[in-house]
Design a protein. Sequence first.
Length: 206
Amino acid sequence: MVERQLRARGLQDERVLAAMLAIPREQFVPEDERARAYTDEPLPIGFGQTISQPYMTALMAAALELTPSDNVLEVGAGSGYHAAVLGALAGRVIGIELIPELAAMARANLARTDRAGNVIVVEGDGSLGYPTAAPYDAISVAAAAEDVPPALAEQLKEGGRMVIPVGSPWEQDLLVIRKHGGRLLARAAACCRFVPLREGATHPVH
Ligand code: SAH
C-alpha cells in the first residue's frame, strides 16, 4: 500500500508514510472487508459511511504539516482510522463523530490497536467544531461541506492548517487552508468525493 499507492503517486513525507505503515488499517474496517483493507479504494463501515481511500488519508495528513505537539480536531471520525494516523503524527487528536454507533466503534478500534493514548473520540456535530479543546493547530474534515463552517474557521489557531472537501454533494475540491492574519488562505489540492457533512444537525440521521 505504502509503496504502490502512496510513494508511487508522489507522497514523500516520510513521517506520514511511517504513520501509514504503523496503523493496521484492517483493524479499522468491518470483518467482512478485511481482505480488502489495503486496496486502493474507500470501504463501507456501516450506516452508509465509508473509510477513505488510503491515498486520501495520507494526502490529507501530509497537507496538515503536523508536529508532535499539535492539537488536532478530526471531524467525521467514522472508523477512527484517520484519527489514528493523525495521532501518530501529532500531540493530541480529538475525533468528533455524529453517529453514536460509529463513535463507539472508533473508540473500540483505537483501544484495540493501542492508539487511544492521545486520540479521543467525542460524539457530536463537528460542523460546530469542538470548542472545549479549541483552538487547534490543525483541523481535518472527512466529510464534504458546501463551504467552510464558520465555527471551524474560528477554532483554528493563527498559522493553523485545515483540510476540507468543499463543493457539491457529488464532487468536491480538497481545500488546504492556512489561517494568516485572521483570514483563511485556500488552495485546491485534489478533486475528491466524500460523504456529506451534516450541518446544523440536532439529531443523528441514520
Ligand atoms: N475519517 C473516517 C471517515 C469517515 S466518513 C475514517 O477514517 O473512517 C465521514 C464521517 O463523517 C461519517 O462517519 C459521518 O457519520 C461523519 N459525519 C457527517 N457529518 C458529521 C458532522 N456534522 N459531525 C460529525 N461527524 C459527521
